[in-house]
Design a protein. Structure first.
Length: 83
């Protein structure tokens, strides 16, 4: 039991390598979906299926669009400063 606990705690001492390949950007979808579902589950006062699905899709879309706009903005800034 002690060895397992030490092993788990030691895994938090170094960051996880995600990579910067285009395929690694596909992790944005599940991340944004889980954030939208959990957030809307805690914030909606009355949950019905149609309202919940509409709100989750709207929040998912806004998260993805904001992340894409931020990535594009950072790309443009890095291009300007390094060109």
């Amino acid at each position: 039991m002690l060895v397992e606990t030490i092993s788990i705690l030691s895994s938090f001492s170094s960051p996880e390598s995600v990579g910067i390949t285009p395929a690694s950007m596909l992790w944005i979808g599940p991340l944004a979906a889980s954030i939208a579902i959990v957030y809307k589950t805690t914030k909606l006062e009355s949950i019905t299926a149609t309202t919940f699905i509409k709100e989750c899709i709207a929040l998912f879309g806004s998260i993805v669009v904001f992340m894409a706009a931020t990535a594009l903005g950072l790309f443009v800034l890095s291009w300007i400063f390094t060109a």
